[in-house]
Design a protein around this ligand. Structure first.
Ligand code: TRP
Length: 410
């Protein structure tokens, strides 16, 4: 796309909503609870929060910087900012990660659609985010209220809020880091592609903070829906990716056994919510790959989009079947679905994040970061030094340590 054609998000709130629409999704409502359940609850959440603050926030601002400064989607951004270097591969890594995530993400999104009629509305990224996000939020709050009123809900609360540090091991760190990247849509240039549409007035620091707060809030609320309900009817918190799908319909039924209509309303609302969240996130993943094909191979956007959708259907079918008839085909003890999830969230995204830290923290001129963070000197640069410190030292060292630890080297 030509620079002059790039339309900006209309309003300040548009930038936050679009980015939050990408961030808030199945990652918060499906993945966060199951990872929390697998890793023992409250202690995992604490490590997760540390990852969001110390890795997520600086990397998000760095991705915004790359996107807005280059005014290009991630596939091209590094060619603009570092022409003639190998940094372009960082962009390609992101596109590939996005495509793979789309492949299994859409399977989970499909599960939610089994429960409701598909609405099929997509009226531009900003417009849809503006309507869907608030609706989502209201639905979540209502559901938390319902869940907390179930008998024995306090056991679920305890699981979420009372840390048991004996459960913290290397896997907890890798899981929490991967979850932070996944949930915040980081490490593959998704938010950097969105940032290429930000206006010059958009405040990158504030936007990142808002997205981080909203995303974390929704994840914790999702935990508050699922665990009190699961404990209330005696369902194990470590049921895995199926936690919300296979167990929750039962939960609804048992919890409202006296009033079937309530069970029905409760569950339909939940799946509507999930589909809405998945839709805005899917759009953002789809956009990265589509923009890449459109710009790199001169396809029209429509063709590029159809191609992405087609490829994603193929991956989706295989990963869906890997949970069913193809269960016996495994690699490293994992089926295709689990493998995709592991390789993207726990390897590719943190690796992409690490490279973004190095690119923006060490390769790009400091003045570029300063200019982007302060909108050309117009804003106060209060936390600028802290940001650079996190980006240059804390985040990359933490990611490397977690990787090394997982390889069993320390
Ligand atoms: N963050 C979204 C979620 O929580 C999923 C998502 C959208 C994503 N874009 C991404 C994950 C880019 C990783 C990278 O559901």
């Amino acid at each position: 796309m030509q620079k002059s054609e790039r339309v900006n998000f209309g309003s300040k709130i548009g930038a936050v909503l679009a980015a939050a629409g990408s961030a808030v999704g199945l990652g918060n409502i499906w993945r966060f609870p199951y990872e929390t359940g697998n890793h023992g609850g409250a202690a995992f959440i604490l490590v997760y929060l540390a990852c969001v603050l110390m890795l997520g926030m600086p990397i998000m601002i760095a991705e915004f910087t790359v996107g807005r400064h280059s005014k290009a989607s991630t596939g091209r951004a590094y060619k603009v900012l570092a022409p003639g270097t190998h940094w372009k591969w960082l962009g390609y890594l992101g596109v590939l990660a996005g495509f793979l995530i789309l492949g299994y993400y859409s399977v989970v999104a499909g599960w939610t659609l089994e429960y409701i009629l598909e609405a099929g509305v997509n009226d531009g990224i900003e417009k849809s985010s503006k309507v869907l996000m608030p609706v989502l939020f209201i639905l979540i709050v209502v559901l938390v209220g319902c869940s907390l009123s179930l008998p024995n809900a306090e056991k679920g609360l305890e699981f979420l809020l009372k840390p048991d540090f004996s459960k913290v091991n290397g896997d907890v760190f890798l899981g929490a880091m991967g979850q932070a990247f996944f949930s915040l849509s980081l490490g593959m240039g998704c938010l950097s592609t969105y940032a290429s549409y930000f206006g010059k007035e958009t405040k990158l620091g504030n936007t990142a903070l808002s997205v981080g707060v909203i995303d974390t809030f929704v994840a914790v609320l999702a935990g508050l829906i699922i665990f009190p309900a699961a404990f209330s009817v005696g369902i194990q918190p470590d049921a895995g990716p199926s936690l919300i799908f296979i167990t929750l319909p039962n939960v609804f039924q048992q919890a409202f056994s006296g009033v079937p209509i309530l069970a029905y309303i409760f569950s339909v609302m939940f799946y509507v919510l999930l589909a809405l969240a998945a839709l805005t996130s899917t759009i953002s993943l789809h956009e990265v790959v589509t923009a890449f094909l459109h710009e790199e191979f001169n396809l029209t956007r429509g063709r590029a989009a159809r191609l992405v959708t087609f490829g994603c259907i193929i991956i989706g079918v295989i990963s869906s079947l890997s949970l069913g008839v193809m269960q016996k085909y495994t690699l490293f003890d994992k089926g295709f679905f689990d493998l995709l999830d592991f390789v993207t969230a726990k390897i590719m995204l943190p690796l992409g994040g690490l490279l973004v830290c190095i690119f923006v923290g060490w390769y790009l001129k400091r003045s570029v970061s300063y200019e982007e963070l302060t909108n050309g000197g117009k804003l106060k640069a209060g936390l600028f030094n802290l940001y650079i410190f996190l980006l240059r030292y804390v985040a990359p060292v933490a990611i490397i340590l977690i990787f090394i630890n997982e390889l069993g080297l320390i």
